[in-house]
Structure formats: C-alpha cells, structure tokens
Design a protein around this ligand. Structure first.
Ligand code: BT5
Length: 338
C-alpha cells in the first residue's frame, strides 16, 4: 500500500520501537538487557539504544539500569499502533492500525487505502487533522493530541442500501465505549451525534464506495472529543459541544478509550454480520435522545414536525404527525421543539 499524504505515519508493520514496547509489555516491569533486545530484534546494541532514545523523546519514561538494561516505567497517552494493538483481542477491527501525527482527514486517507485494497478492519488514526470533515462539507475541529480522530475500513457483503445501518452501529459503539470507560450516560441524536448532558461529544461520518448491488467498502469515520478544554471550542459551532474530560471532570486516557471503542466496534460488527441489524436498532432506540419528544427535522425539501418515533429496519428516522401518520426521513438534521 502506498502511504497517504500525512505526517509521521506509523503502522502495525512492526517498527523496532514498536517491537521494543511490545517486549517491555510482555515482560511487565522487568529489566530487559540491550543484548536481549538486540538479539530478538536482529539489531545492534547501538541501534537498540537509538530506538530507546527515540521512545524517550516521544514521552516514554524508560529507566537505564546500569549493567543490566532498560525498564519501561510509564507510557505517554499517545495513540500509536503499539499502544493500541497489544493484546487487543479483536477479530476484525484493528487488524491493522495506522497512526499519523498529522493528516488532512482520516476518512480521506482511509478511502485511498481502501481503494488500494486495505483489509477489512484497518483503522486509521491521526493526532490532528488539517481538514477534518463533517457532513455536507462541514468542518470538524481537530485540535492536536487531545481527541480521537479515526476511520475504519469495512467490507460488509451487503447491498449499498444497508450502508446507513453502519452509522447506527458506530453510534452505539461510541455510546457503549463512553459509558464503559467514563461512567457517563451518553445519548444518541439522529443521525450521527453522540450527546452527553445534551451537548455533542462525538460525530460520525460514514462514506462509501459501491456498485449497484454490492458495497465495495465503507469508511466509518468517528471523531470523539476526549480531553478538549472549553477554550479549545470555537464559539460558532452548530450545536452545543463538550468533551469527555469536561463532563467527567477528570482526564481520560485516550489510549484506554480508543481500545475500548475498537472492542465495542468489533463485537457489534460481528453481531451485525451474523445476525443483522435488529440488536443494533434496539440498542440505538434505547439510547436515543429524542424518542417520544416533539421535533423539527430539517430536510432538503423543508422542515417537518412531529414526534420522534425511533428508526425503522432500514435506518430511516421515523416521526409521527399529529394526525397519527408515520413519516420516514432518510437524511436531515433533527432538533427538539420545546
Ligand atoms: C459530524 O458532522 O458530526 C461528523 C464528524 C466526523 C468527524 C470524524 S473525525 C475522524 C473522521 N475523519 C474526518 O475527516 N471526519 C471524521 P456534522 O453533523 O455535519 O457536524 C459538523 C458540525 O459540528 C460543524 O459544522 C460544527 O458546527 C460542529 N463541530 C465541528 N467540530 C466539532 C467538534 N470537535 N465537536 C463538536 N462539534 C463540532
């Protein structure tokens, strides 16, 4: 695969630094000698020392024990393939993890890689995006080093009309990860927002390549505000926005959260492939922020009013009019009407 235009790419394809970290993790807390590391990695002791120095520069605290070797004391909260993939235990999602320090958009990069044959489950992550994408050409704020910006390549053997179901899958996965990892109680707002205490904490953007009757691939884009501070939000956002740290009141491990999200995605995707959409639909409805409330839906053909009534099997948003008629909405934005 060629490298998409981005800076600081690191993939699971096992750089020596990655392998050194894996060895440290496997032998937790023990001192590893330069010789042992060199022999396992087939590199010289000088090369080992250089890689240790590079890891220290990234923020790893590594103690040199005189006459014995090196010991990993602590890791920084950076998103690297080594940090994310070790003992992840997933079946599909995270089969390959590629991390960039900076990229235009993880969705765009994942799309290029998928066109070149990237395998199902490949995850692209960036520390910052110069042109993070929202829906309909909108911009996604992507300050460096504080949040999660990731895209997953999926190749479900399904017709294109089933693709919207994957947005609901990712919404449920993000909600589960937020709940499991922080104890907060997120709600989902159709079609693609995750809210905590009524404010947007994550956004989803799926993109697809398909033939008439078969999906080639779907890029599942997920942006989660994790440790973003109040002063990092511009004041012109469409909806009130927040981050996990603001709501939880304590710093969140990006690495831990991302691993939890990858595991949720993997379990839900396996269930989706084996049993279809019903479990995801049920969980989506149980976590929906607006079910039963009066809403206004902005669509391309104008505003519609009614009571939110969940989603159907195809993922269309359902609203019930005052006359009791149910309308299916395929795309748009929904707002509660007080
Ligand atoms: C979304 O669009 O919510 C989809 C966001 C998807 C972002 C991810 S990051 C990884 C992957 N790679 C990408 O390039 N994109 C995906 P939409 O519903 O259109 O919301 C966008 C609107 O939300 C913007 O117009 C802003 O008003 C607001 N917004 C922008 N950045 C935000 C942020 N970080 N947090 C909350 N709201 C934001």
């Amino acid at each position: 695969l060629s490298e998409p235009p981005g800076k600081g790419a690191e993939s699971c394809s096992q750089s020596p630094g990655h392998k050194i970290l894996e060895l440290f993790r496997k032998k937790q807390g023990t001192v590893l000698s330069g010789e042992e590391l060199g022999t396992t990695l087939h590199i010289s002791r000088t090369a080992v020392w250089k890689h240790i120095r590079a890891l220290k520069r990234l923020g790893y605290l590594i103690e040199a024990v005189p006459g014995q070797g090196y010991r990993l004391i602590s890791s920084p909260d950076i998103l690297t393939p080594a940090e994310l993939s070790t003992d992840l235990g997933t079946k599909r999602i995270g089969s390959e993890i590629i991390c960039f320090s900076e990229i235009e958009s993880t969705n765009t990069a994942a799309f290029h890689l998928a066109e070149e044959g990237a395998e199902e489950g490949t995850v692209i992550i960036a520390e910052t995006q110069s042109h993070g994408k929202g829906r309909l050409g909108r911009h996604w704020e992507s300050p460096e080093g504080v949040n999660l910006y990731c895209s997953v390549v999926l190749r479900p053997p399904l017709p294109p009309q089933n693709a919207p179901q994957l947005t609901f899958l990712s919404a449920v996965a993000v909600a589960q990860a937020v709940e499991n990892f922080t104890g907060l109680h997120p709600l989902i707002k159709w079609p693609n927002d995750i809210l905590v205490n009524g404010k947007k904490v994550a956004g989803l953007l799926n993109e697809m390549s398909a033939e008439t009757d078969q999906i080639n691939f779907v890029i599942m884009g997920i942006g989660v505000n994790i440790n973003m501070q109040v002063d990092q939000f511009p004041d012109h956002l469409r909806y009130p926005a927040t981050s996990l740290v603001i709501e939880a009141g304590a710093k969140i491990s990006r690495r831990g959260f991302t691993r939890s999200l990858i595991v949720s995605l993997d379990l839900l995707y396996a269930n989706f492939l084996n049993h279809g959409f019903s479990r995801i639909r049920e969980e989506w409805i149980s976590r929906s922020a607006l079910t039963g409330r009066k809403v206004r839906v902005c669509t391309e053909s104008g505003d519609e009013f009614g009571t939110a009534a969940g989603i159907d099997e195809d993922g269309a948003f359902l609203i019930r009019s005052r006359e009791g008629k149910t309308h299916r909405i395929l795309s748009g934005d929904v707002f509660p009407v007080e």
